[in-house]
Design a protein around this ligand. Structure first.
Ligand code: BGC
Length: 533
């Protein structure tokens, strides 16, 4: 965990080994050496399980079976084994809060009042329910309403309500045996995959399990229970939350939580497209924007709140992107990404690199919806492996059979082109990860201290590490305008990696869109005393 750097694989878009137009596990296995060469230590795979794919696999119909389009359970086991040989961990997606309405549990529960799975779900009789986006949820064939967790075809699993309303008999308390039975199911699913060799889970919508308004104490207790079980039976395994509130998630026992486009506002003020509505808020300017009108404090004050409350107990992740929001390349070019990554890979916590962000894949706008993707189609397009190859090396299938179209641009970035170019974003990403892994003072656990972080001003400068781990100074200027900063520590600093910066004494001049990473000398110990004597 101390050195973990994750790579997120969107399986259907990563590598297609059998030419059916959809990525698969054998394809992913063939790319493990490439992933190893990036310097990452772990992979997170979006759901690979059997599903009608109404929400791209987040609607599971068999938690214990790999979907045929990705391969077989044997392929998954081989993936774990081959990854482990290379020192890579593999983390699966655990969709804990809901199933597909095609899951046999729901099929049985909805059609038979005596079904053993009846109590796994929340049927509300005549009381209509809405999905997360306000769509009304159709009744079952038996004429009943039920609670869905996300989209109408994702019936919520029953973990209970924080404050059950006595007039709504379906709102059971979390300690009710029916709710505890669902927890047992969830534990058994985790055990199934851990015993086959996976290394943990990213938990989808981790905060959604216990329902209703009110604080999350009972929800935290539920996850703490799973964490104690992990610590006892699978002490090496990792629990990563999709919660968007590291204070809550880490208190609940997760090892890692993300700052994201929803939940706490930090990430949305750092990366994103200006004026975009992210989650439910419009963000007029973000810090990583050439206009220079972003405000680092809007990110940093929230970040520090979570950092100081969790440091030493868990990790915050600032991902480059993910399958639910725009790629960082949207509204930015490759030069901007270099500066963004210089920051993301030198911050504390656990970096997550979304597939294709290492080469700066574009967000492909204007594509039709695919498998419930809604606004998320353009950030899920196929990985761009090889310049000049059919479908840029993703698949040998005819274009019309591809899961999604590949980037049609002539200058679409590819792994092959960037491998051949020492100045590419791919090489920079590798260098940043290598630097982080080489120097404990730049690592996941090392201290973090803002040095220059003023509202409405650029650059952002911070220090990492201590005398024991080595100390580092990082300066980041995403704005187009140059800026100058006086840094007393700069005097004897040694440049490790810099683009577009100049120093004179304690003054650092940063050109537009530039960064620098310095190592700082150890404070001279005892010299003052010997001089005085
Ligand atoms: C996942 C989404 C998914 C949703 C429902 C999430 O937050 O990341 O991709 O659609 O949960 O499972």
């Amino acid at each position: 965990m101390h050195q973990a750097v994750f790579y997120q694989v969107y399986p259907q878009s990563f590598a297609d080994s059998n030419g059916d137009g959809i990525g698969d596990l054998p394809g992913l296995i063939s790319k493990l050496p490439y992933l190893k060469s990036l310097g990452v230590t772990a992979l997170w795979l979006n759901p690979i399980f059997e599903s009608p794919f109404g929400d791209a696999g987040y609607d599971i119909s068999d938690f214990r079976k790999v979907a045929a389009r990705y391969g077989t359970n044997e392929d998954a086991i081989r993936l774990f084994q081959e990854a482990h040989k290379l020192g890579l961990k593999v983390v699966l997606d655990l969709v804990a809060g809901h199933t597909s309405d095609e899951h046999p549990w729901f099929q049985s529960a909805a059609s038979d009042p005596k079904s053993p799975y009846r109590e796994h779900y929340i049927f509300t009789g005549d009381e209509p329910q809405q999905s997360m986006f306000g769509d009304s949820i159709p009744r079952t064939a038996q004429g009943e309403h039920f609670v869905a967790n996300f989209l109408p075809f994702q019936p919520a699993l029953r973990y209970g309500y924080k404050h059950p309303d006595p007039s709504k008999p379906w709102q059971l308390p979390p300690e009710h045996p029916a709710c505890l039975a669902v927890r047992v199911e969830l534990r058994d699913i985790m055990k199934f995959w851990l015993d086959l060799g996976c290394d943990g889970f990213r938990v989808d919508m981790a905060a959604s399990l216990i329902r209703g308004p009110g604080d999350n104490t009972i929800l935290a207790r539920l996850w703490q229970g799973f964490r104690s079980w992990f610590d006892r039976d699978y002490p090496e395994a990792v629990l990563v939350a999709e919660w968007g509130n590291p204070i809550e998630a880490i208190n609940a026992g997760f090892h890692i939580d993300f700052l994201l486009h929803f939940g706490e506002p930090a990430y949305t003020h750092l990366v994103g497209s200006p004026n975009e509505i992210i989650g439910n808020r419009r963000v007029p300017h973000v810090f990583f924007e050439r206009s220079g009108e972003g405000d680092i404090r809007l990110f940093l004050d929230n970040y520090l709140k979570h950092y100081s409350a969790t440091v030493g107990r868990g990790y915050i992740s600032l991902p480059t992107g993910n399958h639910d929001f725009q790629r960082p390349r949207r509204g930015r070019d490759l030069a901007d990404l270099r500066v963004l990554y210089a920051m993301l890979f030198t911050m504390p916590g656990t970096p997550f690199l979304y597939y294709g962000d290492e080469i700066g894949m574009r967000n492909i706008d204007g594509l039709p919806e695919k498998e419930g993707s809604m606004w998320r189609t353009g950030n899920r397009t196929p990985m761009q492996w090889e310049h000049g190859a059919p479908n840029l090396g993703f698949s040998t299938a005819p274009k019309k059979r591809l899961y999604l179209p590949v980037d049609p641009a002539k200058d679409a970035p590819t792994v092959s082109k960037q491998l051949a170019d020492k100045a590419s974003l791919l090489h920079l990403t590798r260098s940043l990860i290598a630097l982080r892994r080489k120097h404990p003072g730049l690592g996941n656990d090392a201290e973090f201290r803002p040095v220059f972080a003023q509202s409405g001003r650029y650059p952002f400068v911070y220090e990492r590490g201590t005398a024991a781990t080595g100390r580092f100074l990082i300066a980041i200027n995403p704005a187009a305008a140059p800026c100058v900063v006086d840094l007393p520590a700069l005097g004897q600093a040694r440049v490790l990696l810099a683009e577009g910066t100049k120093r004179a004494g304690t003054k650092l001049t940063l050109a537009g869109v530039s960064f620098a990473i310095f190592s700082l000398p150890e404070p001279a110990r005892g010299r003052a005393v010997s001089r005085a004597s």
